[in-house]
Design a protein around this ligand. Structure first.
Ligand code: ADP
Ligand code: ADP
Length: 228
């Protein structure tokens, strides 16, 4: 479970990036975070990954107050969350298999285990036949599916996706969100920032709207019960 309790974030000058935000995401939820550029969406994700610290309030992930995490624990904490970025962030010199395997190698998983888990997640995202290709030989949608496989291979309880469809065409975007929705149905919490209204209205997941650092709506877009 993710809990933001009266969270504010100031970067010094200018208005608050987040202004007294309280938000709970239960295990197994799928939440879209929407809002215009500069609204505070990236800041929210950075706080969840402990890349930034709030200037007020607290952030808890699975009961752990992130403000109390020691420096030493931070990398381990981050590895427990699967992260997907707009720009994929694949390693160009590594093929698909190696890009995914790399996420396991850094955690000292055995070769035997890597040979078992990597094909499993590649199959899940439909890319097992392209395991030997390099990123530049793949479409944007395919590259994002590799990134998703990499995010999944450590079996995280939560996936954080920062505009994962920002660099891919609409049909492929739909597939990526469909894939995230499938993963979510198996119990993984998904928090996804997006600009794309079409995706939000099509998938009807819980949608949190952020405007100038505040949560201004929280519910299902197009649904009957807004949770505001
Ligand atoms: P995105 O919305 O694509 O995730 P960013 O989070 O990088 O983009 O930036 C969002 C907004 O925050 C932009 O308006 C950007 O100018 C501003 N911003 C990001 N980093 C800084 C920084 N170090 N100093 C000042 N403004 C920043
Ligand atoms: P969004 O992701 O919704 O575009 P951000 O969280 O990136 O919004 O930004 C929220 C506000 O915080 C903006 O006013 C932005 O300029 C500011 N901001 C973001 N990152 C930084 C930073 N590193 N330093 C200074 N200001 C920042």
């Amino acid at each position: 479970m993710v809990e933001l309790v009266n969270v504010s974030k100031s970067y010094g000058k200018g208005p608050l990036a987040l202004d007294d935000v309280s938000l709970t995401v239960e295990d197994g939820e799928f939440v879209f975070i929407v809002g215009s550029s500069g609204a505070g969406k990236s800041t929210l994700l950075k706080l969840l990954l402990r890349e930034e610290e709030p200037t007020g309030g607290k952030v808890l992930v699975d009961g752990v107050d992130l403000g109390r995490l020691t420096r030493r624990r931070i990398p381990y904490f981050r590895r427990s969350i699967g992260v997907v970025f707009q720009d994929f962030r694949l390693i160009p010199q590594m093929n698909v298999f190696e890009n995914v395997a790399f996420a396991l190698r850094v955690t000292n998983v055995s070769t035997k285990e890597i040979k078992r888990r990597v094909p499993y997640v590649l199959d899940l995202v439909g890319l097992l036949p392209k395991a030997k290709r390099f990123p530049e030989q793949l479409s944007g949608g395919e590259q994002q599916r590799v990134a998703l496989a990499r995010a999944l291979v450590n079996n995280p309880s939560m996936i954080i996706a920062d505009e994962p469809t920002g660099n891919i065409d609409p049909a492929m975007s739909f597939e990526i969100v469909e894939l995230l929705s499938e993963i979510n149905k198996c119990g993984t919490t998904v928090i996804m920032v997006t600009h794309e209204h079409e995706l939000v209205s099509r998938f009807r997941h819980r949608t949190v709207v952020i405007d100038r650092g505040r949560v201004v709506a929280d519910g299902k877009i197009g649904g009957k019960r807004a949770r505001q």
